[in-house]
Design a protein around this ligand. Structure first.
Ligand SMILES: Cc1cc2nc3c(=O)[nH]c(=O)nc-3n(C[C@H](O)[C@H](O)[C@H](O)COP(=O)(O)O)c2cc1C
Length: 222
């Protein structure tokens, strides 16, 4: 009896000391997603602008080869990274509101690009690539970007004006991705076809955050 009591006390103290490990072993517990520090972007080199413009195009066939962290870092910096000491970006934004966030959907989860810290903030550990589009290639392409405008960052003005600025500001970011891809021999296509409801739910976006467009990026299928 005494022996059983001691075992019971020992077991209870073990549970008390290691509750986190026990929780992690629970298969229903949500999988945690870690943030990723990106390597410093390489902001020199690449093809001359006129050549990149000549080669810019939409491609809808991707290999499933992944992008390295260095390539991701370079691409996100080209898309909407901080390019000047005053915090301004590679893409212009109406009244410099910088309301376009880039979510990066990959096989291991979806991340938010933090341009200031040059990192990918983990958002969900789920693979939501399929929900980012309605075309078969999106599911297996390594990267699907979601351009999300945060209307809370846009200050005063009518919703009509905000819709207009959010759309134009996204266009600049998307074209930057197109030119980076043309320069690096990557394949890409910007897409209006996005399952916005599914993505909004998966990413737990606020009502003030609107998914404007998506853009698939990867290596061309050989
Ligand atoms: C706002 C916008 C939305 C688009 N949506 C899609 C889309 O959902 N799916 C797709 O395959 N291409 C989409 N495209 C790509 C266009 O079809 C493509 O840019 C056009 O055919 C011209 O081809 P190019 O980009 O090679 O010049 C979109 C382009 C823009 C600008």
């Amino acid at each position: 009896m005494k022996k059983q009591l001691v075992t019971c006390v020992l077991l209870l103290s073990f549970l008390f000391i290691f509750p986190v490990e026990i929780q992690a072993a629970d298969s229903n517990a949500p999988v945690e997603i870690k943030s990723i520090d990106l390597p410093k972007p390489v902001t020199e080199g690449g093809k001359p602008l006129m050549e990149a413009l000549k080669e810019r195009k939409s491609t809808r066939e991707f290999s499933d080869e992944k992008l390295s962290l260095q390539t991701l870092s370079n691409m996100l910096w080209a898309a909407n990274g901080i390019s000047r000491p005053d915090g301004k970006r590679t893409a212009p934004s109406a009244r410099n509101k910088q309301e376009i966030d880039i979510y990066v959907a990959m096989e291991d989860g979806t991340y938010l690009y933090d341009a200031k810290e040059n990192k990918l903030i983990g958002v969900v550990a789920e693979d939501i690539r399929e929900a980012t589009g309605m075309q078969p290639f999106v599911k297996n392409a390594p990267v699907n970007l979601l351009f999300v405008a945060d209307y809370d960052k846009m200050g005063d003005g009518s919703n009509e004006q905000k819709d207009f600025y959010a759309a134009t500001d996204t266009g600049y970011v998307s074209q930057n991705v197109y030119l980076f891809c043309a320069s690096e021999g990557l394949a890409t296509v910007v897409r209006g076809m996005v399952d916005r409801d599914k993505c909004k739910a998966a990413l737990k976006l606020k009502d003030s955050q609107k998914i404007i467009l998506a853009q698939t990026v990867g290596y061309p299928k050989r």
